[in-house]
Ligand binder design. Structure first.
Ligand code: NAD
Ligand SMILES: O=C(O)C1=N[C@H](C(=O)O)CCC1
Length: 261
């Protein structure tokens, strides 16, 4: 049976890419779109005619999706998730910048309303591997910093990927990472998450990139991933839709869990 999919943030850079990917997926039916900037009617997306509205509830009632894919803004996610949950609709959430409190509420919604929710800060396979390799290296190398580089329109910093990477790296260790002891002069060193300094670069020409650099005596190890176009995220998004459509009651954080890492 075809999985019915609606897209929240449909007019955004990622929303438009998801619309194309879902429309081309043989086992999915694109039902509708939602976006704060949407007109109240149908729109053509590269030849795909789609009902679109600014009202998420209207989108759900009218188009009856099984799954909503959300690439919008962190502040919009709670309302979208509550509305979808009450309608019994599962969610795939790629939006970053979600607080621990919002994540905890999303987990509760899965049990309260028997829906499935996947939240993943990065749907690119290479990025998931980069995070897994960083997790492994973190067990052996005591110094590490992260540089994440994104396009200039990104709303949040640091990236969700960088924060999740730092968390995975620290969780793999028994002791905190080492850091310079004598930075007594002017300090401009990014911001530490889980003991790992994260440096954020925002420039036109970039899409989504991250380098994790480890150091120890006489050597460094760099693990780098580059998304050079947004279609890099689409196989991961479609996998998450397929999986969550059959996993009611489950809350899944990270594409790694769906890839069996
Ligand atoms: N998980 C991943 O793999 C991944 C990949 C790329 C981007 N992202 C994240 O996805 C999100 C969107 O990225 P983007 O580049 O598409 O951004 P974008 O600004 O191009 O698009 C966001 C869209 O959301 C809409 N929007 C804003 N507030 C809204 C609201 N209250 N209700 C409904 N719609 C609303 C905007 O009008 C816009 O069209 C960001 O959080 C970004 O970090 C995640
Ligand atoms: O384009 C963005 O914005 C991206 N955000 C994600 C993040 O914050 O980690 C990663 C992919 C691109």
């Amino acid at each position: 049976m075809s999985i019915r999919v609606a897209v929240q943030g449909a007019l955004g850079q990622m929303g438009r890419e998801v619309i194309k990917a879902v429309a081309a997926a043989p086992d999915m039916t694109l039902t509708g779109g939602c976006d704060a900037r949407a007109p109240e009617n149908t729109m053509s997306f590269d030849g795909v005619e789609l009902f679109i509205t600014a009202d998420v509830n209207k989108c759900l009632v009218k188009t009856k999706p099984d799954v909503v894919v959300d690439f919008s803004l962190a502040s919009a996610v709670p309302q979208t998730a509550e509305t979808a949950a009450r309608a019994g609709v599962s969610l795939v959430i790629g939006t970053t910048g979600l607080t621990p409190q919002v994540l905890a509420r999303l987990e509760t919604l899965t049990r309260e309303f028997n829906i499935g929710i996947v939240v993943a800060p990065n749907f690119a396979l290479g990025a998931v591997l980069m995070m897994e390799l960083a997790r492994t290296a973190a067990k052996y190398l005591d110094w590490a910093e992260i540089i994440e580089l994104h396009h200039e329109k990104k709303a949040d910093a640091p990236s969700g990927t960088a924060i999740a990477t730092a968390r995975m790296m620290q969780a793999a260790r028994e002791t905190p990472f080492e850091s310079p002891k004598d930075e007594t002069e002017h300090k401009s060193r990014g911001e530490e998450f889980y003991g790992v300094p994260i440096h954020s670069v925002r420039l036109p020409g970039l899409v989504a990139h991250q380098e994790v650099i480890f150091g120890t005596v006489g050597q460094t190890l760099s693990i780098r991933h580059d998304s050079i176009s947004r279609d890099s995220f689409m196989p991961g998004v479609l996998l998450a839709v397929r999986e969550i459509a059959k996993r009611r009651g489950q809350f899944i954080f990270g594409l790694n869990k769906l890839l069996g890492f």
